[in-house]
Design a protein around this ligand. Sequence first.
Ligand code: SF4
Length: 431
Amino acid sequence: MVQTETEGNLLFPVFLKLNELRVLIVGGGMIGLEKLSAILKNNPSTQITLVGISISDDIRALVSEYENIILEERPYQEEDLEDKDIVIAATTDRSLHEIIKRQAKAHKVLANIADTPDLCDFYLGSIVKKGDLKIAISTNGKSPTLAKRMRQYFEEALPESTQEVLNNMQAIRNGIKGDFAEKVNQLNELTASFVPQAIKITPSAEKKAERKPYDIEELNERYEKLTIDERILELYKDFGPEDVLLTSSFAGNSALLLHLFARLTGSKQKVHFIDTGYHFPETLAYKEKLTQMYNLNVIDLKAEVWKHRFTSEYNMWTKDPDLCCKVNKTEPLDAISGNYQVWVSGLIHTQNEHRKGLRLFEEKNGILKFYPILDITPEERDMYILTHDLHFHPLVFEGYGSIGCTHCTVKGTGREGRWFGQAKTECGLHI
Ligand code: SF4
């Protein structure tokens, strides 16, 4: 037997093509302004007639930017309902509202009556909007305030990349072959990992509150006077070990920074490696070798499976390398960087023009960045390598001055072999 639900929220949400409907708003005051603004926010080309005994300056100012809104300063009359699809009664006159409701019913026009849920055929829900994504929230008329708070929550929680994800999904959807059921199965598989990862991990308010404030100028002045060893030791006096994020690409110069941290922290500092899925096999082997040699605790960061597959299927490094780097490099790091206060990486002044202008500390996108070997001289570097018998990435000996993904790296001095022939010089992690 079919169970029929008779309690709880029985409303069925629908999304209207407002630009194909004709809307009447009755009320030229604050409530009328609120309803008018809500409609225009969702669809600025909606055909609207607003009738009111008096019409406020705020409404007139708003409407001055639109040609699709007619204002009529006069009392409401039943004829106003002719040729309308929707009426919104937005006055404080309850008896007028009851009349509008009855007349709307007779004209088969759907009515929303302000502050009177019993008379409403529909409600104007609280709407979360992120690009093309819209989520309607209903509390069954019980608490507009809670609906507003829920909207704020979702607007903050949904990542800024939502529109990009939607565009990518549309491209994938258009490219998928097969019948409807097969398409649905493929899309389900592709998006299986999306939900838990869509909401960016952010540190708890308590954890943020525990963190010590810092003064970048003071840090730079103090650390610039120290040796590289002293800088690393000082870092753990200024910040808790759990607040330090160390990343390594396991490329040309990586052994130097990794050896420094392993030696000075007794290999206690975790190392994060962004695995783009496009690394040279030699890089992955080198990573294993250094991990064993320096007893490293390496954590791999990867793009969401379906997003990585998208970049692979569309050869994204040729069409849009910035998007490819965003998906495979910056997003995986962004997903965890909020858990840390300081991000350490091995940038060096001599690597390119952008890096030449850096200081030891800088703040980028809400995280403090620290480059302890930024000003190392070639002589100092060679001496450290010699003294500690460091092992280089094997491709260095084949003429690769800098080593990234296979698709975007050729032989060359310094970083000239990265994105060769393109204006691009950075993957986006350090700009
Ligand atoms: S370096 Fe090239 S292959 Fe690697 S993520 Fe960036 S664009 Fe893609």
